[in-house]
Design a protein around this ligand. Structure first.
Ligand code: ZN
Length: 268
């Protein structure tokens, strides 16, 4: 089987002591590509360095909505961003490394960590500029939309015409009507291993065509196991669960998701 993790954070401090073992377990599990997502300028450089060092790792460079505002002040194991990101400067950096970059993400909006009333205008403006940049360099988008699912979909629908670039909704937690809307816009959904205990991801997988599904881990976050760090090898669990829900073999599910991966991230 060819497996893929389209969204993880292997530059996180929790991987600094045993990244080689983590990658070895991923390889043994059948993973052929791991997209490590940056969230700000410092982490984007780390992601490029990892991708240059390990053939299994691919770069997704991002501008996390909270970091874009300069509000990523707490120590979370990823580089902090305490001043607003200069988008034009970061676009120039990403464009310069375009051939080593598979996607733009994670990007989007977030009304969990930032108050909607105070930050909607700025977040929406940043997001629109990022979408236009991704269209310009012809890269797929990986979207973070925590507590902002409806708002992100509205803006994506307005900014992207005629399927100019693919959109992947990472860890999408919107309600059923929003799942249907995103699916009808042709968006993809990347499913994390915590689908094992999350009924909302299980129902999303039931509703959406397999041709629009991908697998991710968001490692070290979103572990399927309580008190255990998440890692890319756990994609296997997601495949098993999707196969069970769809009434298919794991091999057939993995093969279709691999096709989806090539279609989305081979774009441009
Ligand atoms: Zn993430």
């Amino acid at each position: 089987m060819n497996l893929v993790d389209v969204h993880c954070h292997l530059n996180h401090a929790l991987f600094k002591d045993d990244l080689d073992q983590v990658l070895e377990r991923a390889r043994k599990a059948g993973l052929k590509a791991l997209l490590v997502s940056g969230v700000n300028p410092v982490s984007n450089k780390e992601v490029l360095a990892l991708a240059a060092k390990y053939p299994l790792i691919k770069a997704s460079l991002g501008i996390y909505p909270i970091d874009a505002l300069g509000m990523a002040e707490a120590e979370i194991g990823l580089p902090r961003q305490i001043v607003p990101i200069n988008l034009e400067e970061e676009f120039a950096f990403i464009e310069k490394h375009k051939k080593d970059v598979l996607a733009i993400g994670e990007v989007g909006m977030d009304f969990h960590w930032a108050e909607k009333e105070k930050t909607y205008e700025k977040q929406a403006d940043n997001f629109r500029r990022i979408i236009q940049f991704a269209i310009k360099i012809k890269k797929p988008l990986v979207i973070h939309s925590r507590k902002a699912e409806r708002e992100c979909l509205e803006i994506l629908e307005q900014e992207i015409k005629n399927h100019q670039i693919p959109v992947v909704n990472h860890c999408f937690s919107g309600k059923k009507n929003l799942i249907m809307k995103a699916a009808s816009l042709g968006h993809y959904f990347s499913i994390p291993p915590n689908i094992l205990r999350s009924e909302s991801f299980q129902s999303l997988v039931k509703m959406v065509d397999l041709k629009q599904l991908l697998t991710e881990t968001d490692a070290p976050y979103l572990s399927p196991y309580k008190d255990k760090r998440n890692e890319p090898a756990f994609v296997v669990e997601t495949i098993t669960k999707i196969a069970e829900i769809k009434g298919m073999s794991s091999e057939d599910v993995a093969a279709q998701i691999w096709e989806n991966y090539k279609k989305v991230f081979g774009w441009g």
